[in-house]
Design a protein around this ligand. Structure first.
Ligand SMILES: Cc1cc2nc3c(=O)[nH]c(=O)nc-3n(C[C@H](O)[C@H](O)[C@H](O)COP(=O)(O)OP(=O)(O)OC[C@H]3O[C@@H](n4cnc5c(N)ncnc54)[C@H](O)[C@@H]3O)c2cc1C
Length: 420
């Protein structure tokens, strides 16, 4: 059996890992990047806390020596179901079973100017772009004598009050308080406003009310101006426009406000569900297909009775679906009954800043915050990294940053031809 997996994120890599000892199954893992990365920590790369290699790892190295697995660098564009064929930007591949584990991409809700001018927060490339842009704008702010221009360069608006928006705002606030005053004396006391805006009525909307309130209080104390019920409608000429008519002048709009899945030519429109996610049965098989599966962020399953509206688009859903599907492919070969997917909710958490985090556990229902929650957050994220090398590097970087009270990876590194 030849299983082709599109995407080596949490879902795809866990599926591939579980299948590497199955000699009757040949696996091809396709990804448009040659490395796996850990999205929950990209904001720490974006804010110069971690270097990119701490949270990423090359697929070929990870699977070296695994005889039944081949890695293929390429972007899947479409599929041909009648021929069981995947069409990539650099060739084609045949499959017996095809698995979409292609995740989601940033959604700008159709706002072209926002898409053109804002900084997205989805990939490692986005994180490096954000780091470069913020650091370059700080240097430009030093040079300009125009106080309004300087304010625009230093003001940051983060759109999206989910975990990413909260975490990036907290980190930027610490960066502002710890670094700006110390290392940019030329800027004097120029106000560098930091806004976190969200169209909804609370931050961290899927979390408990206690977590939402604690987060709002903590960010406000850290000097972040939180604006709820505030929906971005446009971003043009360095001005963010809101539905209320209000505006904020800034050269830094960070977009952490939404994702949607990508549609692939060759999959019928009726096979898609909410958020353009591929709708599947309880075994992650895409509706109206016989040998195509979707797992993780790109899929939506309503057959799990505890999650009739679909599972949350989080790492645990992707990991658990990847492992369950691996089990089912082996069962399929052995002609054994398949196992329906049941999500095991392990809780949710968000970090706000140094010694500050919130955690919600489902069983027993428990909310806690502060230093202990922060330690739990650090521990869970550390052990979730893909290899010991990444865990050690990240742990070392965190220790240095914690004791030195500094984010030291503040190098503006970009190709020479991008220099303006
Ligand atoms: C900034 C950020 C912070 C987050 N923080 C948390 C958190 O703290 N906790 C949590 O549980 N979840 C968090 N999430 C959500 C979590 O990362 C996702 O739910 C999870 O990554 C989904 O896994 P996946 O395998 O479905 O997709 P992904 O991990 O996104 O992997 C998709 C893979 O597919 C590849 N790919 C995509 N399209 C193609 C194509 N056409 N051809 C070839 N390859 C392709 C991509 O390169 C990628 O490697 C966060 C997400 C982001 C963006």
């Amino acid at each position: 059996m030849h299983v082709v997996i599109v995407g080596g994120g949490f879902a795809g890599i866990n599926l591939a890992k579980e299948l590497t000892n199955e000699t009757n199954i040949q696996v091809t893992l396709i990804d448009k990047n040659n490395y796996n990365f850990f999205p929950p920590l990209i904001y720490q790369v974006a804010t110069a806390y971690l270097e990119p290699s701490s949270i990423s790892y090359p697929y070929r190295k990870f699977f070296a020596g695994k005889k039944n697995l081949t890695f293929r660098l390429g972007e899947v564009l479409s599929i041909d179901q009648s021929e069981n064929k995947v069409i990539l930007d650099n060739g084609t591949l045949n499959y017996d079973q095809l698995v979409f584990a292609s995740g989601a991409e940033t959604s700008f809700f159709g706002m072209e100017n926002v898409q053109k001018n804002a900084i997205p927060m989805k990939t490692l490339n986005d994180a490096i772009e954000m780091r470069n842009k913020l650091l370059q704008n700080m240097e430009k702010a030093v040079l300009t004598k125009d106080i309004r221009e300087r304010r625009k360069l230093l003001t940051v608006v983060v759109a999206g009050g989910g975990p990413t928006g909260v975490e990036v705002s907290g980190m930027l606030s610490e960066m502002r308080n710890g670094i700006l005053l110390k290392e940019y004396p030329e800027l004097g006391t120029t106000a560098s406003n930091l806004y976190l805006v969200d169209g909804g009525s609370s931050l961290l909307s899927p979390m408990s009310e206690a977590s939402q309130k604690d987060t709002l209080d903590a960010l406000t104390k850290m000097g972040v101006v939180v604006k709820l019920n505030t929906r971005v409608t446009d971003y043009v000429d360095d001005v963010v426009h809101f539905a209320s008519g209000e505006t904020i002048a800034t050269k830094n709009l960070i977009w952490a406000a939404g994702v949607s899945a990508k549609q692939f030519e060759g999959i019928a429109p009726e096979s898609y569900g909410r958020g353009r996610r591929m709708a599947t049965d309880a075994y992650n098989r895409v509706n109206n297909t016989t040998n195509i599966y979707a797992i993780g962020d790109t899929s939506i399953m309503t057959a799990d009775e505890n999650f009739p509206n679909g599972h949350p688009q989080v790492a645990q859903t992707a990991i658990q679906q990847g492992k369950n599907l691996a089990h089912n492919f082996v069962a399929l070969l052995k002609k054994q009954p398949l196992q329906a997917f049941k999500y095991n909710d392990k809780g949710s958490m968000a970090i706000i800043g140094k010694n500050k985090a919130v955690v919600d556990l489902p069983k027993p229902k428990w909310h806690f915050k502060g230093f202990f929650a922060w330690l739990v957050w650090l521990f869970i994220h550390l052990i979730s990294l893909i290899t010991y090398r990444n865990r050690l590097k990240t742990f070392y970087n965190w220790m240095v940053a914690y004791f030195a009270k500094d984010q030291s990876y503040r190098m503006i590194i970009r190709p020479e031809r991008d220099r303006k």
